[in-house]
Unconditional design. Structure first.
Lengths: 183, 183, 183, 183
DNA sequence: GATGAATGAGAATTCATTCAT
DNA sequence: TATGAATGAATTCTCATTCAT
């Protein structure tokens, strides 16, 4: 009965993603988004009361998607398989880390997203424990650091355009056995 | 007979540092800085044509300071000593990484700062080469990744407040020999 | 076979009344009204071309209702009875005064409502004349002031919550014989 | 040293007064005011953080001016003189009543201005008491109503342009001895 | 008749920047 | 040099109103 929508929430989220990564939290504006979608600013306010609500919703949505996939780590048999799964997942969702950082800038959500981050870590406790039980992971290293390290590795800027395969396998090697030889 | 300056560039840079880290690129304003220094906005424009020029100058200055110290790595004898020196330096200049990220947001400076980052890496080529010559560093890992990894490690958020000494020594261990056992 | 109306004009006017008194002319919006009636904004535009038309219609309607009752003043025998009737009527329609003030804010209706106000006064000429003929009302006081005074008395804010009966009888006393003693 | 001001706070308040009375609380905008003063909107924000702060300040200022004059009522000898003084004052500050009503619309100031109104009444307790002591004012009428009535009388709209002198003396007559004859 | 989308104009507010003194 | 004023552009947000279904 009503007029047909000029854009879907999916499209809106898609554009939001692009613009957010490109311009950052402060640089992202309703004007930018409206232009991307070829709609008026006002139209966006029908769906989200303000910028922060939009971004909060969007990032929660993305995080949920990511956590859903992360959950599948439990389907992998053995620590090594889980490790590979995790790295592959992280590398195919590079932007999630950036979004999380952006999320932390949204005023009023500090705890909310702090918690989310925390949850994600919690989520991987099983994986860590398994690694330590299997004697694969060094028991002396704090769990938080292990996870932090793995997640962080995705953020190392590849300024020199080293081929992805080399890059990724090197990272795995460092994570596993470090950059020092055993001599 | 000139009127005495109400503030020195040192003070200006010091406040800039504080405010920039606290509020980020967009959040940093001349108003904020002027208030911190108890001067008028207008006065700041006598020294820097605009916000971006100020920030560019400031970050270059900081980077120079850092590079100066980094240069001292050559005074260290042997790769192991240089490695320790580098890590200690990075951990005592945590904010440099943040400033670099901020620098990348300044429009028109993309390459400029890309280059600076690049230079810093260049700077450490000697260190890397030494490590590989001494047979300490795995020769298969790209130099850029080695440095990237080392620098990045400082940015892993210690959400669970693990004591610094444990944190740092664990990081060193991972960098050296990874998080996997050798079994 | 037409779809049944989801709301009657009576309901619409009733809600308009509430909202108008609560939020004032500027604060009253179609959105507010639509929500109260559980209809869409758009639906309201089927009945009234715009906000001002709605409010104009509504206030005219209310005024008509009020004038209808006011007309009954002629049924009262004698000036004293008419006086009591009038006061009782005014006190039981406190909001009419507010609506009239609001009406004066509607752009383009200045004269229209000026006239309406005027008419109401005209309406009570008979009452005034009777009072003066009966020698009850001081002939020196302009008719407009007599009516203005009576109507205005309803608008005195009772900040200290003096009981209505005391309040009203005191007002009557002032209107009749003033607040000064006769000494 | 700095540029000369294009407008003074006095001019600003003067224009505010005009515009506020003409357009009401909602209708009053910084744009309107800026235009009146031939300045940019932005300039106004140097003096007042926002519309409400401006209006609050302005109205407080006006009220203070008024209360200052009101205080002089104590210089008048005897109740009759005070009564005349009060009426003359009120009639020469017709707009104060309107401003007070507007003040009540400013969100967050409800109590603040409620109190101010209250204070003004308190201020006149002495006058009322004197009137009752001298046996001039009917002791049965609540003080609040006496004052309310006096203040309110200024607000009766003189739609028919009755000459001020007649209007005012008639009002005084009604206040003193009512509109009824003594028969 | 009714809906819900979309528009577009206007208002508040913030700042980088310019300018007269 | 420094000041404090003023500007103007950008941004957020709110509605009255229009429109396709």
């Amino acid at each position: 009965m009503a007029r047909e929508r000029k854009f879907s929430i999916d499209e809106l989220f898609h554009e939001t993603n692009q613009l957010l990564l490109k311009h950052g939290y402060d640089g992202f504006t309703f004007g930018l988004l409206a232009d991307s979608l070829n709609v008026s600013r006002g139209a966006l306010y029908k769906y989200f009361e303000n910028k922060d609500e939009l971004l909060t919703n969007f990032i929660f949505y993305e995080m949920d998607q990511f956590l859903l996939k992360l959950k599948q780590i439990d389907d992998q048999q053995g620590f090594e398989a889980q490790f590979d799964f995790l790295l592959q997942l992280i590398f195919s969702h590079v932007d999630i880390q950036k979004l999380i950082k952006i999320a932390q800038q949204i005023p009023g959500n500090e705890e909310k997203f702090g918690k989310l981050h925390f949850d994600m870590y919690q989520y991987l406790q099983g994986f860590i424990e398994l690694g330590k039980q299997e004697g694969k992971l060094k028991s002396t290293i704090p769990n938080a650091l292990i996870l932090g390290y793995i997640f962080q590795s995705v953020a190392i800027p590849n300024h020199f355009d080293i081929p992805t395969s080399v890059w990724v396998s090197s990272i795995k090697e460092i994570i596993r056995h470090g950059m020092f030889t055993n001599t």
